[in-house]
Design a protein around this ligand. Structure first.
Ligand SMILES: Nc1nc2c(c(=O)[nH]1)N[C@@H](CN(C=O)c1ccc(C(=O)N[C@@H](CCC(=O)O)C(=O)O)cc1)CN2
Length: 296
């Protein structure tokens, strides 16, 4: 068997197209422009690339884009002051602090200082609680992107066995909540899980989010299962480097029914969902109907 490749790049372009249509309508009918502010502290090269892409795509869908680039040694008080200003700015509907932050900054404190209604990353403790209790919240972008691809591929996920490998607050835990919300039977597996290969072999849906290059081989995958690879690992490739996921693509693609590639799978959906969340936040802030199909 050779798996169907789920093209995240094409799907993300479609999502951004829907967002752009809604943004144009908001402008025409309500004289409103959604605004997204991205805060970057320090000079991490990968973060700089992601922040540049976010700004470019924000403008491409017709939204207002604001960037705050702060020195790596910025104090917590100064960072909190930037966030407080953005919280108070009525033209800004979404605020995102690019992670990881330099080690001297308390990530939880910083994230929880963002107005939960503008927390388009869905990392604020209030949004975590709302998602966990099945209430309307801002949903973290990467898991939301995975859910959209799964719904698009399967239609209903009800009754399916899903295994999420990884228990991070940013991906693993919210992914499990979303799958539960769609009535999957969900297992969260991690580094201490006993008999991990057997646990994964039971799954109709495998979401790999461990951050270990090519950790999941094809013989862990149930024939026909859907494999969503969240990993983005840069590994040596001769004199250069290449990107690989958390699953061994070649062997998993032989067994799976469908699989996301790396690059071009989950990654592009992260930024598309960030734009979708900013649009949703703008609609909620103004008491307008939310766009359909762009949130959980
Ligand atoms: N505040 C946040 N910080 C971080 C998040 C996040 O969602 N919010 N996620 C990641 C980084 N990230 C967005 O910020 C991100 C990662 C990867 C991609 C992507 O499109 N990847 C491409 C490959 C890109 C490459 O060549 O390096 C792909 O998979 O095809 C987009 C966004 C950590 N920080």
């Amino acid at each position: 068997m050779s798996a169907q490749v789920i093209d995240g790049k094409a799907f993300a372009a479609k999502v951004r197209g829907h967002v752009a249509e809604h943004v144009a309508r908001l402008k025409e009918e309500n004289d409103l422009t959604p605004g997204l502010a991205v805060v970057l502290v320090g000079e991490d090269p990968a973060s700089q690339v992601y922040v540049r892409s976010k700004g470019k795509m924000t403008v491409e869908v017709g939204m207002k884009s604001v960037e705050h680039r702060l020195e790596a040694d910025t104090s917590e008080a100064d960072l909190l002051a930037v966030i407080a200003d953005l919280n108070a700015d009525p033209t800004i509907h979404g605020i995102l602090v690019q992670l990881p932050l330099p080690g001297h900054l308390n990530e939880d404190l910083v994230i929880n200082s963002i107005d939960p209604a503008k927390d388009v990353d869905g990392f604020h403790i209030s949004n975590v609680g709302l998602l966990g209790t099945g209430q309307k919240s801002m949903v973290p972008c990467t898991p939301l992107g995975c859910l959209m691809m799964l719904r698009d591929h399967h239609g209903s996920l009800s009754g399916m066995d899903a295994v999420v490998i990884g228990r991070s607050n940013i991906v693993g835990k919210p992914m499990a909540q979303l799958l539960l919300g769609d009535s999957c039977t969900v297992t969260i597996a991690h580094s201490r899980t006993k008999d991990l290969p057997d646990v994964v072999r039971r799954a109709d849906i495998v979401v790999a989010a461990v951050g270990r290059p090519e950790m999941v081989p094809g013989d862990w995958i149930k024939p026909g299962a859907t494999v969503i690879d969240v990993g983005i690992n840069r590994v040596p490739n001769g004199e250069k480097t290449k990107l690989v996921g958390d699953v061994d693509y070649a062997s998993c693609a032989e067994v799976a029914g469908a699989i996301t590639p790396v690059p071009g799978g989950v990654g592009p959906m992260t930024i598309a969902c960030l734009l979708a969340n900013t649009l949703t936040a703008c609609c909620r802030a103004n008491g307008l109907k939310e766009p359909e199909g762009l949130t959980a």
